[in-house]
Design a protein around this ligand. Structure first.
Ligand code: PLP
Length: 482
């Protein structure tokens, strides 16, 4: 493609992107396609000769777009959002044009120094204590893996050498801890880190879904008594299913007592810390060794962008640094080389979109949006509570709530099945997208407000649609009259 063609197509694409974001509401939120349908429309083999960009773009519109779930749709209330914004998209366009590989200072000095500054801005914005130093990772899953690897090294280095040097042969049983509500990435990471799934202790939660610190203490004591080596506790601020909050101070004190690494997973809820009134969520965070949250979930910065903070960078970097001849540079250790802060060598320039977003909205603009999401969730909860045939199962603390349809006369057993069907019907309508969870075994519809362009009218329309579809539901096994 020559420069003139690039310029012309780029202009067209910017128009397409602007129209898409303006009109995203016109699409069904969840892709209305069957498995294999899109693959069936793609060429089975690559083209021998290059094709005109106009043809490729036409196929993008005709084949790809209909097969997409529209995460930027204002009626996307599923999972946790991966919200974006126009300033973020602009920055990503520049990132793609620069196409820099930001593995170390020398390969992209501005990217490295901007990343350092953005991590400091974010630290101030969310009220993390001074001394926490951050880097950008691709995801909270990776960030938590890094923390577990650092914790594994700490516990093994207590003997002198450390597992990084000698491997795990003589390590014995290393244990990790999280609550029963923690994200699945903790268990996955414990497997990857070689600790073994059986050595992850899932600590019970109290009525408010927060981990019980006394149970954690007892579990660590029992492991020590059995000759195990407790390495890491992962505490969650804003659990995925129901938005529970582990009490960091009490957990941190248990960790200090036993010299166990405390990692805090605040992947979603951490974004709400831009609101000073929400800082209660991290009371005691100064006792943590590491902390992660995802601006790509709820800070209008498109995927991927995960902010990982550590209290002692030297202890952390020691786990990841490695210096082959071909990576040696004149500036050496006098500069920050983020390749030593995680698993990847090659790194994307992710700080640019944060810089664009934070400067474009300002902290007050970001606070306004997040506050509005929380208000919308609370207002919906009030409506649900007033509806006689619905039951609020988890009121929102932030902007996540859970509920179920509870028609008159339905017995407890059939309610799960009714709500499962209701969820499918809602999502098949294309009007909104929600997901589910189980609360103490009960099937619940889970609703999160957090999309950049969501306004109260979208939540209201969603609630109206849910009620209409619920009341039209036929009891199982009975078909609609002709
Ligand atoms: N931790 C929590 C609490 C989450 O809710 C999620 C995802 O929703 C994750 C971790 C995983 O995040 P990522 O997709 O960035 O790995």
């Amino acid at each position: 493609m020559n420069s003139a063609d690039f310029r012309s197509h780029a202009h067209d694409l910017v128009d397409w992107m602007a129209d898409y974001l303006d009109g995203v509401e016109e699409f069904p939120v969840k892709a209305q396609v069957r498995p294999g349908e899109i693959a069936g429309r793609l060429a089975g083999s690559p083209p021998d000769a290059g094709e005109p960009m106009a043809t490729i773009l036409a196929d993008f519109r005709a084949v790809i777009v209909p097969g997409m779930t529209h995460w930027q749709h204002p009626s996307f209330f599923a999972y946790f959002q991966a919200n974006s914004s126009r300033p973020s998209v602009l920055a990503e366009m520049l990132t793609a044009a620069l196409a820099a590989q930001c593995m170390m200072w020398e390969t992209s000095p501005a990217a490295t120094e901007l990343e350092g500054r953005m991590m400091e801005w974010l630290r101030q914005m969310i009220g993390l204590p001074e001394g926490f130093v951050g880097s950008i990772q691709d995801s909270a899953s990776t960030a938590t893996l890094c923390a577990i690897l650092a914790a594994r090294e700490r516990v093994s280095a207590a003997d002198g050498v450390g597992v990084n040097e000698t491997g795990m042969n003589d390590l014995g049983v290393v244990t990790a801890y999280c609550s029963v509500e923690a994200h699945s990435s903790v268990e996955k990471n414990v497997k990857i880190a070689g600790l073994g799934r059986a050595n992850l202790r899932k600590i019970p939660v109290g009525g408010d879904f927060g981990m019980l610190p006394a149970d954690l203490d007892r579990a660590i004591e029992a492991d020590l008594a059995n000759g195990c080596r407790p390495a890491c506790v992962v505490a969650t601020v804003g659990t995925t299913g129901v938005s529970g909050f582990d009490p960091l101070r009490a957990i941190g004190e248990v960790c200090r007592k036993h010299d166990v690494w405390l990692h805090v997973d605040a992947a979603w809820a951490g974004n709400a810390l831009v609101l000073p009134e929400m800082r209660w969520m991290i009371d005691g965070v100064e006792l943590a060794d590491s902390f992660v949250f995802n601006p790509h979930k709820w800070l209008f910065t498109n995927f991927d962008c995960s902010a990982l903070y550590v209290r002692n960078p030297a202890e952390f970097v020691r786990v990841f640094d490695i210096l082959p001849e071909y990576l040696k540079t004149r500036d050496g250790s006098s500069v920050t080389n983020y390749r030593d802060w995680g698993i990847q060598l090659g790194r994307r320039f992710r700080a640019l979109k944060l810089w664009f977003v934070i400067r474009s909205y300002g902290v007050e603009g970001l606070q306004r949006l997040i506050r509005s999401h929380i208000e919308m969730a609370h207002s919906l909860a009030e409506d649900i509570e007033m509806a006689e045939d619905f039951e609020l199962l988890r009121p929102p603390v932030l902007s996540l709530l859970c509920f179920r349809f509870r028609p008159n006369g339905a017995d407890e057993q059939s309610l799960d099945e009714i709500n499962e069907r209701l969820l499918q019907t809602i999502n098949d309508s294309g009007k909104l997208y929600v997901t589910h969870t189980r609360i103490n075994g009960t099937y619940a519809i889970r609703f999160v407000v957090g999309q950049t362009s969501t306004e109260p009218r979208h939540v209201w329309e969603a609630w109206t649609t849910i009620q209409d579809l619920a009341r039209d539901l036929q009891p199982a096994g009975r078909s609609a009259p002709d």
